[in-house]
Structure formats: structure tokens, C-alpha cells
Design a protein around this ligand. Structure first.
Ligand SMILES: Nc1nc2c(ncn2[C@@H]2O[C@H](COP(=O)(O)OP(=O)(O)OP(=O)(O)O)[C@@H](O)[C@H]2O)c(=O)[nH]1
Ligand SMILES: [Mg+2]
Length: 392
């Protein structure tokens, strides 16, 4: 069987040759797979690509794909597609080219694939896995918030390290995923691919690894990547969540209730302002009843109905402020823009806030009841995660 290590590089001239040498040293230790290496270089200005081209003279199993810089995810999509279609890989490995991932762990990842796992993660956040001791508080926060967002917002709670970039994936699984349809350019790719893998029924395994800081070159993580990462996680959640669709339908019905009650009160001779306020409250109460009985029906209840009702009202008020705040903000930065458009744009963040606050606060899950269902990955985790780490 053949395993292809896909190494994305951008300005890694000080790392790439030592890494290729280290991987070469590892080759004899890998039993079940023949190793090939595919460097995906985005025309690095520092000449990384040329170094690889020279190295190809002495390494027949080294391949090089040159492209334009569009981000880590775009590079991986190209690289993995090439590994599957052209190199006919049976397994593909993702690995950083900056020595953050120990080449000696490659065999531990691959052994799990040989044993039947589909998606093996070199994990920093399972027992035995580590992040560098010298990481500053900010850096730790950055990593754990990223992982928290991926786990909770994208709904990948079963996996401990969703943002890891050191992973082995079986070709059988990758063939079930339409890589070209993934619309992620940057680091968000890691979360998206994991999500697609789980949907495709992957047997996911996490094994502990030590993650080390790069000593040469610079990190390429930018603000654009961070933004894409958050939006992508939210999008994954919304797409895969029928609860959200129900919640939106209830919201629409609220608009109807609001207008009907408003017109009825006006016809009874109520004052306009009072009628408006009562109509809003009527729609909030209507929405609450429907969400309580339908959208979040399967959530075990820890609080009484009136407490949930009050929380729901509070969230509605907060959403109102978000919507109004967005409108004011847009009007301030684009005073000539269409007020109707700004009002419409304001609804989107308000709706997201409204949904997540109600889902995680008003109707939050009671832990032990719904989270215990066991998916395809758990049986594997227990069997295979404890393959030993190399001693330093
Ligand atoms: N081909 C390609 N490779 C990239 C791109 N961005 C990053 N990389 C490579 O992807 C790997 C991970 O990138 P890093 O910049 O080390 O990101 P990181 O590991 O999250 O950040 P640090 O921990 O600070 O190093 C490295 O091998 C980079 O050279 C890109 O746009 N194109
Ligand atoms: Mg790195």
C-alpha cells in the first residue's frame, strides 16, 4: 500500500531539506505502507520550490506541485486530489513543513490506518498529547479558543483536537468526499474536512502527539484565516442543524403573529405605541411556546417554564439591541446607504445571537441525557489511541 505525505509549504527554505531528510530516515520504520512525499509549494519567494526540485534528483519518491498562493486549505485540496488521482495513494498524510510535527510520529498515525481507522489525528488535546510549555497565555488562548469554536460551534464535540494539522486519512474515506466542492481557502480547511469525514461515517481516532514550535521561518496564520475559521464553523453548524431550520420557521410565524395582533389591537382602538409593544410581546410569547413544544422539544428540562420564558424574553431583547446596533453602525459608516438594506443586514447577526443564546442558555441541554449516544468513532478510540509516543 502507498501513503503520500502532503507537505504544504510557503517560505520554508530553512526547514524543507532537513524535514525531507528526517522523513527519509523514518521510511524503513514504516511497515504497512510505501512512503511518497508530495510538496505543495505556492511559488514561495524564498526558493523553497527550487530546493525541492533539486532534492528530487536523489529522492525518487519526492513529488512537487507548484501553484499560486491561495491559502493552506486551497493547497491541501490540490495536494490531496493529486495524491489520490495521480499518485494513487491508499492513505494521505497532512503535515506541517516546520517541524511542529515529529516525523517519528508518522508511523504511529499510519499504523492506525493499517488497523482500519479512516481518520487519525495527531492530537495535542488527548491525555499524553502536549503543546509547547513556553507558549504565552495569548498563544494558548488562541489555540484553545480556536478548538473550542470548532468543537462547540461546528458541533464536533467528540473530537478533542479539531484544528490539528497532523493527520492520516484513508483514501477509501477521501473518495467519499467531494474535495473540490469545499469552499475553504485557509486554515478552516482542517475543520471542514474533519466535519465532512464524520458525515461520511469515518472511524476517527486521536493519538497523543507532542506539538513543538517552529524554530525557523515564520507563521503564516493571518486575520483573514481567523475570520474564515469562525464563519466556516458557524456555517457548518447551521447547515447540519435541523433545529435551526425549525427555529427560523418559528421566527417567521412570529412575524405573522406580530402583524395580526397589531392590526387587531388597532381596530379595538388601542394606542399605536401600546399596540406595537403588545404585538411584539405576543409574538415573543408565541415563539416561546412553539420553540418550547417543537424546536427544542427533545432537550431535557432543568428549569421551570416561567424561568425559560423569562430567559427567552431577555434573549429577544438582546437580539433586538444587536439588530438595532448593527443598523446604527451601518448607518454611521455608510450614511448614504439604503436604510431598508441596513435594517435587513441587521437581522442576520441578531438571528444568530438569538439562536445560539436560546440553544445554549434558555433551552440548554442537560449533560448526561443526550450526549451519551456512541458514534462510530468511540469504539476505535478505545482500542487504538494508546500507541506509544517515541521517547525524546
Ligand atoms: N502551500 C501553502 N502552504 C502554506 C500556506 N500557508 C501556510 N502554509 C504551510 O502550512 C504549514 C503550517 O503553516 P504555519 O504558518 O506553520 O501555521 P501554524 O503551524 O498554524 O502556525 P505556527 O504554529 O505559528 O507555525 C507550513 O508548512 C506552512 O509553510 C499557503 O498559503 N500555501
Ligand atoms: Mg507551524
Amino acid at each position: 500500500m502507498k501513503a503520500v505525505i502532503v507537505l504544504p509549504t510557503y517560505n520554508e527554505r530553512d526547514n524543507i531539506l532537513p524535514l525531507l531528510a528526517a522523513l527519509r530516515t523514518e521510511e524503513p520504520n514504516i511497515r504497512d505502507f510505501r512512503l511518497e512525499i508530495l510538496v505543495v509549494d505556492d511559488s514561495s519567494p524564498d526558493g523553497t520550490g527550487e530546493l525541492v526540485r533539486d532534492a528530487q534528483q536523489t529522492m525518487p519518491n519526492l513529488h512537487l506541485l507548484i501553484g499560486q498562493k491561495k491559502g493552506l486549505g486551497a493547497a491541501y485540496i490540490r495536494g490531496i486530489t493529486h495524491a489520490l488521482d495521480i499518485l494513487k495513494a491508499d492513505a494521505v498524510l497532512e503535515m506541517d513543513a516546520d517541524f511542529s510535527h515529529d516525523p517519528r510520529d508518522v508511523k504511529r498515525l499510519l499504523v492506525n490506518i493499517a488497523y482500519g481507522a479512516d481518520f487519525v489525528i495527531g492530537s495535542r488535546y488527548v491525555p499524553g498529547g502536549t503543546i509547547p510549555g513556553q507558549w504565552s497565555l495569548l498563544r494558548r488562548l488562541n489555540s484553545s479558543v480556536g478548538n473550542f469554536v470548532a468543537r462547540n460551534l461546528a458541533g464536533l464535540t467528540r473530537v478533542r483536537d479539531c484544528t490539528a494539522g497532523f493527520r492520516a486519512i484513508s483514501a477509501a474515506l477521501l473518495h467519499r468526499i467531494d474535495l473540490k466542492s469545499l469552499k475553504v481557502q485557509g486554515y478552516a480547511f482542517q475543520v471542514t474536512l474533519l466535519h465532512e469525514a464524520i458525515i461520511a461515517g469515518a472511524r476517527v481516532v486521536e493519538i497523543p502527539v507532542d506539538f513543538t514550535d517552529r524554530t525557523a521561518g515564520e507563521s503564516k496564520l493571518g486575520i483573514r484565516d481567523i475570520l474564515e475559521f469562525i464563519l466556516n464553523a458557524a456555517q457548518i453548524r447551521l447547515r447540519s442543524n435541523t433545529t435551526f431550520i425549525k427555529f427560523s420557521l418559528v421566527g417567521l410565524s412570529g412575524v405573522a403573529v406580530n402583524l395580526i395582533v397589531f392590526s387587531a389591537l388597532l381596530s379595538f382602538g388601542f394606542n399605536k405605541l401600546l399596540a406595537s409593544a403588545l404585538a411584539i410581546e405576543a409574538s415573543i410569547i408565541g415563539n416561546f411556546i412553539l420553540n418550547n413544544q417543537w424546536t427544542f422539544k427533545d432537550r431535557a428540562r432543568s428549569e421551570s417554564l416561567p424561568v425559560r420564558g423569562l430567559k427567552f424574553n431577555a434573549v429577544s431583547l438582546i437580539s433586538l439591541s444587536v439588530s438595532f446596533g448593527t443598523f446604527m453602525f451601518l448607518q454611521t459608516i455608510h450614511p448614504d446607504g439604503s436604510p431598508v438594506l441596513h435594517q435587513l443586514v441587521g437581522i442576520a447577526p441578531a438571528m444568530v445571537v438569538n439562536y445560539f443564546m436560546n440553544s445554549y442558555w434558555t433551552f440548554r441541554r442537560v449533560k448526561s441525557v443526550t450526549q451519551e449516544t456512541r458514534g462510530p468513532m468511540s469504539a476505535f478510540q478505545e482500542d487504538l489511541t494508546n500507541t506509544k509516543k517515541p521517547q525524546p
